[in-house]
Design a protein around this ligand. Structure first.
Ligand code: GLU
Length: 468
């Protein structure tokens, strides 16, 4: 069997992490087995529909590198086909028109509640002759669900799940205005798109029984189901904005890398021994539904950050610089010059060690992009004031250097320390650090000076000396 999986998000304006994980698992499963991964936008809620919402989804998928096969399908555009299936079910005698008024339905609700029943519709139109239809009432179409017995399904994650037939009523498949319900649309689309595996959040597990009623009534083969447990926040409640970042967009904006996100989402719902670092390539070799965890995973922001730091260290400098550009534009209103990009690339190894996200990386590398601005913090200001004399000596020493590399810079600092600071290198290094970076913490300052070059280093010391 050639595998076809799907990702059918409802466009809500952002891509929740749970949806991103669902998309990744579907993609992995399809790609691992040489199958197809298709995307369908469940855009039937026209009141809320915005094209930008669809864009948010496709951007998130692109960013994560989850390519799909074929055109993206719009569920809304398939409404005529859904109605056609409802018609076919009517003709087969598997569905029927129901003419109940809102008042009648309300009365049924009250009765079923009093009797403690799970469903309320009493199937009064199931076997009634259509000639009894009241005039002028537009009917809904309901499907005939089994009246007795047990409905069972094997779920690849949850195992065997079943419900008593009494729990499932003759649910509506077509509303009175001719608009298909979600239950019908999903089944028709999944069938027509040749979906073999439905891998989705377990908030949809209960829908399986209803959806299978439609598959069976049409004589269509049911797909394989795998329902993934929810992603919880650190406190055990469903992960939401309340916990912090909860969407792909949020994390992307904070400087997370897509490979880190994929690895983290994978680990959050699936295990391969004790492996923590699992690249996309490895996941493509190993991923299987049997490794999906049965219980919900809690999102651990710190773990995700550490994983991101790992992938940051593995990333090519040029790529990271390209990722830093929009951060500089957005957060600092700065453009990276070619020279600054070269400097960042040269200093990247040390910069990476100091950052867990691209945003932090941009902050750490800020002094390569612009000279230290005024407004130093108190400690830095004090260090500079106390180090004025030292910086004067250092400037003279640097100007005299014929080569300006980390070793010669360090030797010059050492000589100034010996002559003027009782041999304490820190007394020289700290004011130099403030002069070059405007902060009290940076990568090794001799390296920073060498990367900035003699002229720029001297210019920055000069500026620091003349600052009031
Ligand atoms: N559109 C549904 C959602 O976003 C998915 C439905 C399904 O996977 O069957 O939750």
């Amino acid at each position: 069997m050639s595998i076809v999986t799907r990702f059918p998000p409802s466009p809500t304006g952002f891509m929740h992490i749970g949806n991103a994980r669902t998309a990744y698992f579907n993609w992995l499963y399809a790609r691992r087995y040489g199958g197809k991964f298709v995307v369908r936008i469940e855009d039937t809620d026209r009141a809320r529909y915005q094209p930008e919402y669809v864009e948010a989804i496709t951007n998130a998928l692109d960013w994560m590198g989850l390519d799909h096969d074929g055109e993206i399908v719009s569920q809304f555009s398939r409404q005529p086909r859904h109605a056609e299936v409802a018609q076919a079910l009517l003709e087969k005698g598997q569905a029927y028109y129901c003419y109940c008024s809102p008042e009648e339905l309300e009365a049924m609700r009250v009765t079923s509640k009093a009797e403690g029943r799970a469903t309320f519709y009493d199937r009064r139109w199931r076997d009634r002759d259509p000639s009894e239809a009241p005039a002028g009432v537009k009917p809904v179409v309901r499907i005939k669900a089994p009246l007795t017995g047990v409905m069972s399904v094997h779920d690849e994650v949850q195992g065997d799940v079943s419900v008593a037939a009494e729990q499932i009523d003759d649910f509506i498949i077509l509303r009175s205005d001719g608009v298909p319900t979600y239950m019908l649309a999903v089944v028709v689309d999944d069938h027509d798109m040749g979906i073999t595996h439905v891998i989705r959040g377990d908030d949809h597990l209960n829908n399986v029984f209803r959806q299978n009623v439609i598959y069976d009534a049409m004589g269509w083969a049911q797909p394989v189901y795998a329902h993934l447990p929810l992603i919880l926040g650190p406190d055990g409640a469903k992960l939401s904005k309340r916990h912090g970042a909860a969407s792909v967009e949020d994390f992307r904006g904070q400087g997370y890398l897509p490979e880190a996100m994929k690895n983290y989402l994978l680990k959050l719902g699936w295990s391969h021994g004790d492996d923590e670092i699992i690249s996309n390539e490895q996941a493509l070799e190993w991923f299987d539904l049997s490794g999906v965890n049965k219980s919900a995973g809690r999102f651990d922001y710190q773990k995700f950050e550490s994983l991101n730091a790992h992938y940051l260290r593995e990333a090519e400098p040029a790529r990271l610089i390209d990722l830093m550009r929009p951060v500089y534009a957005r957060d600092y209103d700065l453009v990276i010059s070619e020279e600054a990009a070269r400097h960042i690339a040269e200093g990247m190894d040390e910069l990476k060690e100091r950052a867990k996200t691209v945003q932090e990386l941009a902050r750490e590398a800020l002094f390569y992009v612009r000279r230290p601005a005024g407004g130093l913090d108190e400690k830095a200001q004090k260090t500079l004031e106390e180090g004025t004399e030292i910086l004067g000596h250092l400037l003279a020493a640097f100007v005299a250097l014929a080569t300006f590399d980390p070793d010669t810079v360090k030797d010059a600092c050492m000589a100034v320390a010996n002559d003027h600071a009782g041999g304490k290198l820190g007394k020289v290094g700290m004011p130099l650090r403030v002069a070059l970076t405007g902060t009290m913490s940076s990568p090794t300052i001799f390296n920073v000076a060498a990367i900035l070059g003699k002229d720029e280093t001297c210019a920055r010391i000069q500026t620091a000396l003349t600052r009031d």
